[in-house]
Design a protein around this ligand. Structure first.
Ligand code: 5AD
Ligand code: SF4
Length: 475
C-alpha cells in the first residue's frame, strides 16, 4: 500500500508521522471494508492532567487515520494510557486487562495498546511480555508522538509491538490533537521532572525536564483561541522551573506575561507549582494579572520540616508558611489547594501533628490527601521504618476530616457573592442546570441551557452544598 505523496519515509518530524498517518489510513480503510463499518476506538486515561492531554493527542491521531470514537471499551482498538504514581493506579490497569482479555477472545481482530507512565517500568514490561501476550502494542511516555508509526507496525508485524525509550531530549510539535472541550484546553509547557522527591516515581518515568520554546507555546495558544478556546491550563510537573534549560532562558513569570497579552484568551491556569521554585517575580505577576485565575495548587506533602528533608523537598515548614503569607498578601482572594502524603516512612505522631498544624494555619480551599505508596526504585522505598497500616489509616481519617471541614468553611464564606463563571457542561443529573467553574476553581450549578457552554456568565452563589454551590445567573 504505497503512499503517493512520498517517495520514501521522511526522516524528520513531524513529517515522518504524517507519512505514517497516511499509511495507517489505508490499513484502517481496508479494515472498514472488511467489517462493513468504521472501526471504533476507546482511549481510557488514568492519572493526571498531563496524561489527559496525552490522550487528546492519541485521539487526534486515531481520528485522523479513520477510527471513530466508541462510548465503551467494547471497541476495535482499546488504548490504556496508564499512571504509576501510586500502587493502586497500577492495580486498576492489571484488573481491567483481565476483562479485556476475555472480550478479545470473542473479538480476535481487536487491538489493545498500553502506554503512559506504567510502561516505563521494566518489571511491568517483563510481566506483560510473559503473561499478557494478547496485548498488541506497548509504548512509553517519551515516544508517544510515534503513535501513527507504531499503529502501522501493528498492521505489518506479527505479535506484540514494544517500543520503550529510557529518556529523550526531543519535543515534537504540530501533531494532530482532538480536544475534549471546545472552550478550554491543557497546554504542555514542559515535560519531565528533575526534582527527585524521595517518594516519587515521576522523574524515572517522565525523564529529565525539558521546556518548550515560548514561541511554540504562544503559537499553540493563539491557534487554540482562534478555534474557540477561552481558558488554558499550562501543564508541567514543576511549572515554576519553566525555561531554565532553554537556549535563551525565560522565566515562568515572563512566559505568563506573554500569554496574558493574547487577545481573546480569558483565563489562565497552571499546574503544578513546587514551593521551592515559586519566585517573588511570579507572585507579582499573579497579583497584577487580569487573566490568571485566583487559584494556586501548592503541594505541601508534609508539614514536618524533618520529613520534608527526608522527602528531599528543599523547603521547611516555616518557609512554606512564609510563602503562603506572601501569596495571600499579593492576591488576597486566592484559593489555595494542596497535596499531602500521610505515612511517609518514619513519620511519627509529632510529624503528623506538624502537618495538621499547617493545614489549620493555611486553611486550604481543598486538599488531595494520599496514603504513602511504596514505589520500587525510589529512595524512600528502601527505608525500613514503614508506618503500620492502622496508624496511617487513623492519621489519614483525621487529616481528611480537617481538610473537608476547612473546605466547607471556605465555600460557605463565598455564599451570597456574585462571581464570573465559565460554563463547562449541562449538568449530568439535571438537564435544566448547567455546571461551571469560578476563577478560584469552585464548582457551581445553575439554571441554564447548552448554549451557555464556553461562555463566562455572572452567577450569584445562592446556596452552598459543602464543596459546590447552587446559583442563579445575573445580568
Ligand atoms: N505515595 C503517595 N502519594 C504520592 N504522590 C506522589 N508520589 C506518591 C507516593 N509514592 C502524590 C504527591 C503528588 C501527587 C501528584 O501524588 O502528593 O503531589
Ligand atoms: Fe501523571 Fe505522574 Fe501518574 Fe504519570 S505517574 S500519569 S505523570 S501522576
Amino acid at each position: 500500500m504505497e503512499n503517493k505523496m512520498y517517495d520514501q519515509v521522511p526522516t524528520t518530524e513531524p513529517q515522518r508521522q504524517f507519512y505514517y498517518m497516511e499509511k495507517a489510513k489505508s490499513y484502517v480503510e481496508a479494515l472498514a471494508q472488511q467489517l462493513g463499518r468504521r472501526p471504533t476506538f476507546c482511549v481510557t486515561t488514568f492519572g493526571c492532567q498531563m496524561n489527559a492531554r496525552d490522550s487528546e493527542k492519541l485521539t487526534g491521531i486515531l481520528e485522523k487515520i479513520g477510527y471513530e470514537e466508541a462510548d465503551s471499551e467494547e471497541a476495535d482498538f482499546v488504548i490504556y494510557n496508564t499512571c504509576t504514581v501510586r500502587e493502586n493506579a497500577n492495580n486498576k490497569v492489571w484488573g481491567r486487562l483481565g476483562y479485556l482479555n476475555t472480550y478479545k477472545k470473542h473479538h480476535p481482530n481487536m487491538k489493545i495498546a498500553l502506554c503512559g507512565c506504567m510502561m516505563q517500568e521494566p518489571e511491568v514490561i517483563e510481566k506483560l511480555q510473559k503473561s499478557y501476550r494478547f496485548v498488541d502494542l506497548i509504548f512509553g511516555t517519551h515516544n508517544i508522538y510515534k503513535f501513527a508509526e507504531l499503529i502501522v507496525a501493528t498492521f505489518e508485524q506479527k505479535g506484540m509491538v514494544v517500543d520503550i525509550w529510557k529518556d529523550t531530549d526531543k519535543i515534537v510539535e504540530d501533531l494532530p490533537v482532538d480536544r475534549k472541550y471546545t472552550f478550554k484546553s491543557g497546554v504542555n509547557i514542559m515535560f519531565g521532572c528533575n526534582n527527585f522527591c524521595s517518594y516519587c516515581i515521576v522523574p524515572y518515568v517522565r525523564g529529565r525536564e525539558r521546556s518548550r520554546k515560548p514561541k511554540d507555546i504562544i503559537r499553540e495558544i493563539e491557534h487554540l483561541v482562534s478555534d474557540g478556546v477561552v481558558e488554558v491550563m499550562l501543564l508541567g510537573q514543576n511549572v515554576n522551573s519553566y525555561g531554565k534549560n532553554l537556549e535563551e532562558p525565560v522565566t515562568f513569570a515572563e512566559l505568563l506575561e506573554e500569554i496574558e497579552k493574547i487577545e481573546g484568551l480569558e483565563r489562565i491556569r497552571f499546574m503544578t507549582s513546587h514551593p521551592k521554585d515559586l519566585s517573588d517575580e511570579l507572585i507579582e505577576v499573579m497579583g497584577k494579572s487580569k487573566k490568571i485565575c485566583k487559584h494556586l495548587h501548592l503541594p505541601l506533602q508534609s508539614g514536618s520540616s524533618r520529613i520534608l528533608k527526608e522527602m528531599n523537598r528543599h523547603y521547611d515548614k516555616e518557609q512554606y508558611l512564609i510563602l503562603v503569607d506572601k501569596i495571600r498578601k499579593a492576591v488576597p482572594d486566592i484559593a489555595l489547594t494542596t497535596d499531602i502524603i500521610v505515612g511517609f516512612p518514619g513519620e511519627t505522631e509529632e510529624d503528623f501533628l506538624e502537618t495538621m498544624d499547617v493545614v489549620k494555619r493555611v486553611q486550604y480551599d481543598s486538599a488531595f490527601t494520599f496514603i504513602y505508596s511504596k514505589r520500587t526504585g525510589t529512595p524512600a522505598a528502601a527505608k525500613e521504618e514503614q508506618v503500620p497500616e492502622d496508624v496511617v489509616k487513623d492519621r489519614f481519617d483525621r487529616l481528611l476530616k480537617e481538610v473537608q471541614g476547612c473546605a466547607a468553611k471556605k465555600a460557605e464564606a463565598l455564599t451570597g457573592k456574585t462571581e464570573a463563571v465559565l460554563v463547562e457542561e449541562v449538568n449530568e443529573q439535571d438537564s435544566n442546570l448547567v455546571t461551571g467553574r469560578l476563577s478560584n476553581n469552585f464548582v457551581v450549578h445553575f439554571p441554564g441551557a447548552a448554549e451557555l457552554i464556553g461562555k463566562i456568565v455572572n452567577v450569584k452563589l445562592k446556596e452552598c452544598k459543602g464543596f459546590y454551590f447552587y446559583g442563579e445567573a445575573v445580568e
